[in-house]
Design a protein around this ligand. Structure first.
Ligand code: FAD
Length: 371
C-alpha cells in the first residue's frame, strides 16, 4: 500500500482513463499529483473500446502513444442497416480498438513513469476546501479533480450536479474470438437499438449493444442484426456481457472553487459517438493548462468548446434512433453518394468545418427527397 501523503498540489479522485490522463497532464506541468481509486488495476468497464484518430492525437499530446497499445487498427466507419451499407475511411490517420483493461494498464504505467502517486483500493469519502477525505484522514490539496465517472459523487459534493440536459441509455459489451476482425468499426442499426463492432485484436472483436431499454442484451437482440449475427455465428464468446450506462449530460458548470471535473464526471456524449475517451484526453490537457494560470476559469471555457462538436454529432446520430424510416432513407441515400458519408465522418473526427457539414447535410436531404 502506498502511504497517504499529508498534502499534494493536485488530488485526483478516480483513476480511470480521465483521472490518469488529468494526473499525467498535471505532472507534466511539474505539480505533485496524487490519484486515489477504490478499485485496483486493471479496471474494466463496459466500453466499445474504439479510439478515433482525434482521440489518438489527443492522447499523443499527453505523451500517450496509444498507437502502440495492444489492439487493432481500424481505417474508418461502416454503417449497416439490413442489407444497406455505407462506409468511409478517416480523412487522416486511423483509429484503434484497445481492450479496456489493456488501456488501463498502459495508462497506469505512463502515470507511474511520470511520477504520479497512485493509491489503489482507496475510496474517497468527502471533500473540503482544504483537501480530500479518505479512510477518516484528510490529505490537503491545492486543487481537487473529480474524475469519478458518470455517477460522480464529487460532482454532488461540489454542488455541480445541475445539468442543462440529461438522458440515459444502456450498453452491454462482450468480446468474441473471430477469424478476421476486419479493419472498420461497424455500427449496425436496429429497431430502437444499435450494435457496434470494434476490432480489438488480431482475432478479437468487441461487440456492444446500446438501447434505452435496460432489459435488452446482446444475446437477446442479435437476431435483429442479421449481418452482425452472421459475423458472430461461428465466433467463440470470450466473456459474459458487462453492462454500463451511457449518458448524454451537459452540466451548467464543471468547476467551482478549487474543484474541477473531468471525463464522464464532467458530462458526456452518448457512447454511439465513440468520442468519450477523446473528450477526456482533451479535458486533461485543458485542465492542466488552467491550473498553471492559477484559475479554473479558462478550463470552464475550454470544456464548453471541446464538447461542442461531439455533442452536435451525438444529437445527429440519436435523431436516427427509433426513427426507422428516416434512418433507412438516410443510409440508402448515403450509400448512393458515399462522399456525403465521408464528409460527415470528417466532421465527426474534427477534420472538417460545420459549414462543409451543412453543405453535405443539404445534399443528403436532397438525395433523400429524390430517392
Ligand atoms: C457501453 C459504452 C460504450 C462506450 N464506447 C466507447 C467507445 O467506443 N469509445 C470511446 O471513446 N468511449 C466510449 N465510451 C465512453 C467511455 O467509456 C467513457 O467516456 C470513459 O470510460 C470515461 O472514463 P472516466 O475515467 O471519466 O470514468 P470511469 O471509467 O467510470 O472511471 C471512474 C473511476 O473512478 C473511480 N471512483 C468512483 N468513485 C470513487 C471514489 N469515491 N473514490 C475513489 N475512486 C472512485 C472508479 O472506481 C473508476 O475507476 C463508452 C461508454 C459506454 C457506457
Amino acid at each position: 500500500m502506498t502511504p497517504l501523503p499529508a498534502s499534494t498540489d493536485v488530488f485526483v479522485i478516480g483513476g480511470g482513463p480521465a483521472g490518469l490522463a488529468a494526473a499525467i497532464a498535471a505532472r507534466r506541468k511539474g505539480y505533485q499529483v496524487t490519484v486515489a481509486d477504490s478499485a485496483v488495476p486493471p479496471v474494466d468497464k463496459a466500453c466499445g473500446e474504439g479510439i478515433m484518430p482525434d482521440g489518438l492525437a489527443a492522447a499523443r499530446s499527453l505523451g500517450l502513444e496509444l498507437d502502440a497499445a495492444p489492439g487493432h487498427v481500424f481505417r474508418g466507419i461502416r454503417f449497416r442497416d439490413r442489407g444497406a451499407a455505407v462506409q468511409a475511411e478517416f480523412p487522416h490517420g486511423v483509429g484503434r480498438g484497445v481492450r479496456r483493461t489493456g488501456l488501463h494498464l498502459m495508462m497506469v504505467e505512463a502515470a507511474a513513469d511520470a511520477g504520479v502517486r497512485m493509491l489503489w483500493g482507496t475510496g474517497v469519502t468527502g471533500i473540503a476546501p482544504e483537501g480530500v477525505w479518505t479512510g477518516g484522514e484528510m490529505v490537503r490539496a491545492r486543487w481537487i479533480v473529480g474524475a469519478d465517472g458518470g455517477n460522480s459523487r464529487v460532482r454532488k459534493w461540489a454542488g455541480l450536479d445541475a445539468a442543462h440536459r440529461e438522458s440515459r441509455r444502456y450498453g452491454f459489451r462482450r468480446h468474441y474470438r473471430v477469424q478476421d476482425p476486419g479493419d472498420y468499426m461497424e455500427l449496425h442499426w436496429g429497431d430502437n437499438c444499435q450494435m457496434y463492432l470494434t476490432p480489438v485484436g488480431e482475432h478479437e472483436l468487441c461487440a456492444v449493444l446500446i438501447s434505452r431499454d435496460p432489459r435488452k442484451r446482446l444475446s437477446t437482440e442479435l437476431a435483429g442484426f442479421p449481418e452482425a449475427a452472421a459475423r458472430l455465428a461461428a465466433a467463440e464468446s470470450l466473456n459474459h456481457e458487462r453492462g454500463g450506462i451511457t449518458a448524454t449530460r451537459r452540466l451548467r458548470a464543471v468547476a467551482r472553487g478549487n474543484v474541477a471535473l473531468v471525463g464522464d464526471a464532467s458530462g458526456s456524449v452518448d457512447a454511439i459517438t465513440g468520442e468519450g475517451l477523446c473528450l477526456l484526453f482533451q479535458h486533461a490537457t485543458a485542465l492542466a493548462a488552467a491550473i498553471e494560470t492559477g484559475s479554473l476559469e479558462p478550463y470552464r471555457e475550454a470544456h464548453r468548446h471541446i464538447g461542442r462538436r461531439p455533442e452536435f454529432m451525438s444529437d445527429m446520430m440519436l435523431l436516427l434512433d427509433g426513427r426507422h424510416r428516416l434512418r433507412r432513407r438516410a443510409i440508402r441515400a448515403m450509400a448512393g453518394e458515399p462522399r456525403l458519408f465521408a464528409r460527415m465522418l470528417a466532421l465527426h473526427v474534427g477534420d472538417s468545418s460545420f459549414t462543409n457539414f451543412l453543405a453535405g447535410g443539404l445534399a443528403l436531404g436532397w438525395r433523400m427527397v429524390s430517392l
